[in-house]
Design a protein around this ligand. Structure first.
Ligand code: HEM
Ligand SMILES: *[C@@H]1O[C@H](CO)[C@@H](O)[C@H](O)[C@H]1NC(C)=O
Ligand SMILES: *[C@@H]1O[C@H](CO)[C@@H](O)[C@H](O)[C@H]1NC(C)=O
Ligand SMILES: *[C@@H]1O[C@H](CO)[C@@H](O)[C@H](O)[C@H]1NC(C)=O
Ligand SMILES: *[C@@H]1O[C@H](CO)[C@@H](O)[C@H](O)[C@H]1NC(C)=O
Ligand SMILES: *[C@@H]1O[C@H](CO)[C@@H](O)[C@H](O)[C@H]1NC(C)=O
Length: 329
């Protein structure tokens, strides 16, 4: 693993990022010291729970990062992904049998209800859990802005429609990000989250086509990688998993971008950042830059996580602070 870095000196001024709000809502009210007085133990409670979960299963850091992404792209970062019920986003195609870590969020929330009852939103717990998932995977330390409130509704249709699919082409993926106020640069930076974590065979085995014919493999995939993935997936169990960043599966680093340049992206949507004719012009140069410059990736990733976390938060008296993350009060 790369050592943890203090990137403060070399990143763009955080002040500028803090002022940027996405999705039209008043995120000016989010701040990095929101709970300093009301729940001073907040960060240490989250860190302890995430560390314990990652000790049991290192991958959980990645799963918590993805949970935050899937929360933010649907009605903003409002904890709506955690709600149970008929409209539950958990049941939407991009999430079902796929998004993980709900029980870690519940455990953190239970600790918080003892330490500072009724004060910390589930949406903020998710944002903080993602931060520690990144940090404890060896990634950058960034200041999460806090003060989000919890949404009152889940929306399964929006979860199905707004989240990018690994089968989408780069044009569609860029549009999904644009819909929530993020741009093409953000698509590349945040795809770098795939430096950690796993994907199930069912989401990339289409690239392997016919398991017995080497020439039917996706030409944008390195043949050696294709061959090892064929071994993994050939039993037909779509739930088998492969590292999104082969060769550096659990370390938060810029190796993912090096893999893309070597045709070793796992998902079609990953490889599309350099190999698809329509995406290459806009995204390939940036992939190259991050493959050379780890520091720049870690800094830009930090800033982009703050931007993603600022998508349409509920603040002030909007929404509520849930007592239990899976249900409204
Ligand atoms: C650019 C569009 C994106 C697409 C199409 C995409 C798609 C996927 C897919 C298909 C998986 C595997 C799911 C499974 O096996 O069930 C995955 C995993 C993951 N994604 Fe993305 N993703 C995208 C962007 C992002 C972003 C923006 C983040 C976070 C900032 C992120 C973080 C992750 C992480 C950490 C994992 C591994 C999760 C785990 O191991 O549990 N992804 N993604
Ligand atoms: C989900 O969002 C769509 C689009 O904004 C809206 O039309 C629909 O009524 C929402 N569904 C629920 C259950 O809130
Ligand atoms: C990308 O996918 C969309 C939706 O399927 C399609 O309309 C569009 O033509 C595709 N773009 C390219 C360049 O293939
Ligand atoms: C995307 O947004 C970021 C932050 O607002 C900005 O620095 C960057 O130049 C933008 N990229 C493009 C391609 O517009
Ligand atoms: C896969 O390719 C092999 C060799 O070309 C061929 O014999 C076989 O019929 C193909 N299988 C399928 C399911 O297409
Ligand atoms: C994967 O596991 C889930 C949950 O156990 C199961 O419902 C699903 O059918 C499995 N999917 C595949 C493709 O095997």
């Amino acid at each position: 693993m790369e050592p943890l870095r203090d990137h403060g000196a070399s990143c763009l001024p955080m002040m500028i990022m803090v002022l940027l709000c996405l999705g039209g809502a008043a995120c000016g009210q989010l701040s990095d010291d929101f709970y300093d007085d009301s729940c001073p133990k907040l960060e240490s409670i989250v860190q302890a729970r995430v560390a314990a979960a990652m000790k049991a299963e290192l991958r959980m850091g990645a799963s918590l990062l993805r949970l935050h992404f899937h929360d933010c792209f649907v009605n903003g970062c409002d904890g709506s992904i955690l709600l149970d019920g008929a409209e539950s986003e958990k049941l939407a195609a991009p999430n079902l049998n796929s998004v993980r870590g709900y029980e870690v969020i519940d455990a953190i929330k239970a600790d918080l209800e003892k330490a500072c009852p009724g004060l910390v939103s589930c949406a903020d717990v998710v944002a903080l859990a993602a931060k520690y998932g990144v940090l404890l995977s060896g990634g950058p330390d960034y200041d999460v802005l806090l003060g989000r409130r919890d949404g009152l509704v889940a929306n399964q249709t929006l979860a199905n429609n707004n989240l990018p699919s690994p089968f989408d082409n780069i044009t569609v993926i860029i549009q999904r990000f644009k819909d929530v106020g993020l741009n093409t640069t953000d698509v590349v930076i945040l795809s770098g989250a795939h430096t950690i974590g796993r994907s199930r065979c069912v989401l990339f085995s289409g690239r392997l086509a016919n398991f017995s014919a080497a020439n039917s493999v996706d030409p944008t995939m390195d043949p050696a990688l294709a061959s090892s993935l064929q071994q993994l997936c050939r039993g037909g169990d779509g739930n088998q998993t492969a590292a999104l960043d082969a060769g550096s599966a659990d370390a938060f680093d810029n190796h993912y971008f090096k893999n893309l340049l070597a045709k070793k992206g796992l998902l079609s949507s990953d490889q599309g950042l350099v190999s698809s004719p329509d995406g290459a012009a806009a995204t390939r140069a940036l992939v190259q830059a991050y493959s050379y410059n780890s520091q720049r990736f870690l800094c830009d990733f930090s800033d982009a996580m703050v931007r993603m976390g600022n998508i349409a938060p509920l603040t002030g008296s909007a929404g509520q602070i849930r007592k239990k993350c899976s249900a409204v009060n």
